[in-house]
Design a protein around this ligand. Structure first.
Ligand code: CTP
Length: 405
């Protein structure tokens, strides 16, 4: 997309001495692919893990390691480089950030090129700390990370899992896509405004079985729901996803409950809603299911010419919604606003998100969507064609408004 938020953005990438530093080449490539300009600043110990030559080749800029660098071109001093960089940048990302660098920044040290630059920074700073489990869980490290967050820096907490040492626990560096998502979130002006909120999201299609090999399904890819879940997580919420069969991946911190049929989804939603404050029902739930499911594969010689159907139960309509914010979706082809508004009232929702199928780049199996949000008092907000991640953030911001009303 030409209107990618990264297009023309100036990003400083700070790299510190952690084994995960080798993954940063992919981050640089992705940022540049999406239109950003990237300059790298690294600590001397980061250069033990990845060569400055690799990073300068990828970023097409000289890499700064020394606090008193000399230009590789003509040997001149970059005396005020740290101020020039600080003024230049739209965003700085420190990934991976060692416990040592986290500690230094938390205490205002400016003792190398990277920490000196941070002390002069004007733009937002995204910090992705990573370390072995004991170093990460160390009380002082945790206090430092907390302090960094309290001071307005965006912290992308390390994940739990297998670590380079062979140990297992918290400290794992996240996938590059997650750092990109967090960077996009920050560049779009969002922060962790959903902290303390518990959000339940449904996604994908439901499959209604006909026999052991066949089913009735729909074309929902689950993308919209998964992007809502990711955006909500990055904005600080505790997120659970109930999803039909999809290929989409989700962050490991998000609880994923896999279901298959509308009946299974209903059961899961009823169970999980008790634990959550907000339900966003983006799943494309089947309205009909076969009246009977054949236990044996239906054979050609059975000469089946029709399948008897019965209605599934409407999950949204039947839910007990007291003290919950409930958001529905409507996918329409005709009389869009009228039909969506009808569903908002009939299902007693706080808000409904209308998906347009009129635009080719909107709807199923694509990364973009054109949505209109209708709230309880009938106010309509139309959005242009957006990436599903950007659309997800618009939906979440409208929910924040309900919460504040
Ligand atoms: N929905 C639900 N349970 C169903 C069907 C739909 O909870 N059995 C939810 C969807 O997840 C969505 C909203 O209801 O949030 C509207 O879904 P949609 O399929 O557009 O509406 P329907 O009520 O099924 O009406 P129709 O298919 O006739 O347009």
């Amino acid at each position: 997309m030409s209107d990618d938020i990264f297009s023309g953005k100036k990003i400083i990438l700070g790299i510190t001495g952690c084994i995960a530093a080798y993954k940063i080449t992919f981050l640089i490539r992705e940022l540049i692919k999406r239109g950003a300009e990237v300059k790298v600043v690294m600590t001397p110990s980061a250069a033990e893990f990845i060569t400055p030559l690799t990073l300068s080749t990828l970023s097409k800029h000289e890499v700064i390691i020394n606090a008193f660098p000399k230009s590789q071109k003509d040997g001149t001093d970059f005396s005020t480089w740290h101020i020039d960089y600080a003024v230049w940048a739209d965003l700085m990302i420190i990934a991976p950030c060692t416990v040592n660098t986290a500690a230094k920044i938390a205490h205002g040290f400016a003792d190398n090129a990277l920490t000196t630059l941070v002390s002069a920074l004007r733009c937002p700073l995204l910090i992705s700390p990573a370390a072995d489990v004991d170093m990460y869980e160390n009380k002082i490290t945790q206090q430092n990370i907390k302090k960094l967050e309290e001071n307005g820096y965006y912290i992308l907490q390390a994940e739990e899992g297998e670590l380079a040492s062979g140990l297992s626990g918290r400290g794992r560096f996240p996938e590059i896509e997650k750092i990109i998502d967090a960077a996009e979130l920050i560049l779009s002006g969002y922060n962790k405004d959903l902290k303390t909120k518990k959000i339940l999201v449904t996604a994908g299609p439901t499959y209604e079985d006909i026999d052991p090999v066949r089913f009735i399904g729909n074309r929902s890819s689950g993308k919209m729901g998964f992007e809502i879940a990711k955006a909500a997580f990055l904005r600080g919420a505790n997120v659970t996803v109930i999803s039909g069969p999809v290929k989409e991946k989700i962050y490991p911190e998000i609880k994923l409950i896999k279901i298959r049929s509308a009946a299974e989804m209903k059961k899961a939603v009823e169970m999980q809603l008790k634990e959550n404050d907000i339900l966003i029902m983006s799943a494309a739930v089947a309205d009909y299911m076969p009246s009977t499911i054949s236990t044996k594969k239906i054979k050609k010689e059975d000469k089946l010419t029709s399948i008897k159907l019965k209605e599934t139960s409407d999950i949204l309509a039947s839910l007990e919604k007291k003290d919950k914010i409930v958001v529905g979706f409507a996918l329409e082809t005709d009389n869009e606003i009228k039909n969506a508004s009808k569903k908002l009232v009939a299902k007693n929702l706080d808000m409904i998100v209308l998906n347009s199928l009129k635009d080719k780049k909107s709807g199923f199996e694509v990364d973009t969507n054109k949505i209109t949000i209708i709230n309880k008092i009938g106010k309509q907000t139309r959005f242009p064609l957006l990436s599903k991640f950007q659309a997800a953030n618009k939906i979440l911001s409208e929910i924040v408004k309900i919460k504040n009303q």
